[in-house]
Every structure is written in C-alpha cells, then in structure tokens.
Design a protein around this ligand. Structure first.
Ligand code: PEP
Ligand code: MN
Length: 345
C-alpha cells in the first residue's frame, strides 16, 4: 500500500502516520520528494483498512497495491481456473453450453426442451424452480416439484443441471437436486446467501448485478471463495442502461476485463442481457469472441406459451443453429466444449 501525503503535511503529522503503521507490525518506507512525501508500506495489507487512513488530515490518498478480492485475483492464482459442473468444464480453454427454459413448467415441457437442446449442442440444462419475479402476482415457480423434474430431465439426457437459489433456507433442498446453484442478478449482493452457498462445495453460477461494477462482482465472488468454496463461475448478463432498445446493456468488455484481473471463468447470458431474439445470437458469438468460457441461453419449445421470459427464448432449431456457430468459433480459438454425458436413467 502507498500513502501519498498532502503537500502541507507537517513533520508531526508524518510521524503520526508512521507510528500508526508500525503499531500494526508493518514496515514504513518514507520518501520525501520536492513537492510530495509518500510512504510505502511493506507487509500484509489486510492488516490495514484504507478508509480510516484517509481520515488522517495529512493523508491525500491511499493506494492499495493488491486488489481487495484476494482469492478471486489473478495474483492469487496465475493460471485460469477450470471449474467442473458434473463432467462439464468451464474455463482454461473449455466453453460450457448452458441452455433451457427460464422456468420449469411441467415434465412434458422439460422433456421437449431437454431432448432438443441436448441434440442441439447444449451440455448443461437450466430451469428455474424458485423464481425472483418483479411482481408478487407473477408465477413464482414449481418449487420442489420443479427441482425433481429438472433433475430427472438432466439425468435422462446426460446433462448436469443448474437452478437459481433465492433463499438461504432452500440450500439443503436444492443441494439434493442440482449440480450447480445460480445466484441471480437480484441477489448478487445478498451476502447471507453468498456466505451460505460458500459453505457448500457445489459450483456457483454468480450473475452480475444490474448495477454492479466488475469489482463488485469479484467482491461477491470473494464472499463465496472466502468460505472455502473455490467453484465460482461468473456471468455477464447485462447491466442497467438508459436505452430501452434492449432489456439491459450487454457489457461484453466485462469478459476480458474480468480475465485481466481474475482467474475465475466468466460466461455470457445474452438472453437476459438483450431480451431480444434477434440480438441473442450475435451477442452470444461476440461473447465467445471476447473470450467467454460459456454461453447461457434461454430456450423454449413453445415460447408464446412460456410462463416467463418467452419473448427472449430461442426455439430449439434457433438454438441448434447458434450452437453450431458457437462450436465453429470455439474450434477457431482452439478451445473445447465438453461432450454431453451418458443418460443415467
Ligand atoms: C434467470 O436466469 O432466469 C434470471 C432471472 O436471471 P437474472 O438473475 O440474470 O435476471
Ligand atoms: Mn429468465
């Protein structure tokens, strides 16, 4: 950490700052320049909080050298992490293909979609059983019945399954049925939920909050990692913009921006990012071209009857076409897609 002192800092004030640092068991190196004095601190930065140091009158600026997301940072883990969801890999050259409806609606619906996306090129099945809806009057999901259907369909078609968790009280229940927990955009900073899923070892798909910066996203990942669960996959799903032309603003630059500072895999969700069928394929491909470790797409066999997000759900044949293009791009970049698994029922 580097402390830059104000130009008018007195010797007495500088001495005070040095004492504070040394009292914490850290070593301070003082450099007096013509105009400014700076203090370099050697030792464990975690021992010092930045904010209180800024309250000392002589201090102009405190510059941490290491990022506050220690475990998520590239320094902590120089090679990209590969996270396995069942047999499917994400990161380090592997691109995961997550697809499925917004919500689990019925056994027949999941069977039709599961079979089609497996044939179309997906290797992970998604579907919401507990839905975070803006209106309390909207369909809230089938709960445990939905989890059972999701699990059975995943088993039937050889695909690990992922569903959203919205309440820490559901951990044990959902844990029993799924291969990965999804933390949705609305809960990215639900720190109790992050801490609880961090105490499990299941992979976590952590979606970026609508108004969250890349650093906020990594700090939320840190909550999970710091509890001992290293299996975090990040997801760019669009942030709030000012233009109603798209549902959200697809921040494709977040993909390489995360990769520059973190070892965690990051995938894209152009379905929620754009909310528009005509934009989803090109944004999915842009995500892969930007280095995404996976693509998350909502698919429905009959979008006009979907209970949620039908307007942004690709039909199976549209998904298959897109998945083929993604596969070509993945090969071009010398990356791989894990194959679908064996049916287990
Ligand atoms: C979803 O995946 O259906 C969902 C609600 O996503 P998000 O949290 O990104 O809005
Ligand atoms: Mn959805």
């Amino acid at each position: 950490m580097i402390i830059i002192l104000r130009a008018d800092a007195t010797d007495e004030q500088i001495e005070h700052v040095l004492e504070r640092i040394e009292r914490l068991g850290l070593t301070a190196h003082l450099s007096r320049g013509t105009y400014r004095t700076v203090i370099g601190i050697i030792g464990d930065e975690a021992k010092i909080a930045v904010a209180p140091l800024q309250a000392i009158p002589a201090v102009a600026q405190v510059v941490p050298v290491l990022p506050p997301f220690k475990l998520a940072s590239a320094e902590a883990h120089p090679k990209p992490s590969i996270i396995e969801v069942g047999h499917v890999k994400f990161g380090g050259g592997y691109v995961g293909m997550i697809a499925g409806p917004c919500t689990v609606e019925s056994r027949e619906q999941m069977d039709a979609i599961g079979s089609a996306i497996r044939d179309g090129g997906a290797n992970i099945l998604r579907g919401g059983a507990f839905k975070p809806r803006t209106s309390p009057y909207s369909f809230q999901g089938l709960g445990e019945d939905g989890l059972k259907i999701l699990r059975d369909t995943g088993n039937k078609y050889g695909m690990p399954v992922v569903t959203e968790i919205i309440d820490p009280r559901h951990i044990d229940l959902i844990h029993e049925y799924v291969d990965m927990f999804q933390i949705g955009a609305r809960n990215m900073q639900n720190f109790v939920l992050l801490t609880e899923v961090g105490r499990t070892t299941k992979p976590i798909l952590l979606k970026r909050g609508m108004s969250a910066t890349v650093k906020d996203l990594l700090m939320s990942a840190e909550y999970i990692l710091s509890q001992g669960n290293p299996n975090v996959i990040l997801c760019e799903r669009g942030i709030k913009g000012f233009d109603p032309e798209t549902r959200n603003l697809f921040d494709v630059a977040a993909v390489p921006a995360v990769k520059a500072i973190s070892h965690l895999p990051i995938i894209v969700d152009p379905s929620h990012a754009t909310g528009r069928l005509d934009l989803i394929p090109c944004c999915a491909l842009a995500g892969v071209a930007a280095g995404s470790d996976g693509v998350h797409i909502e698919v429905h066999h009959c979008p006009e009857e979907a209970l949620s997000d039908g307007q942004q759900s690709l039909r199976p044949e549209q998904y298959a076409q897109l998945a083929g293009q993604i596969r070509d791009l993945v090969t071009l970049f010398d990356k791989k897609i894990s194959p679908v698994g064996e049916a287990s029922q």
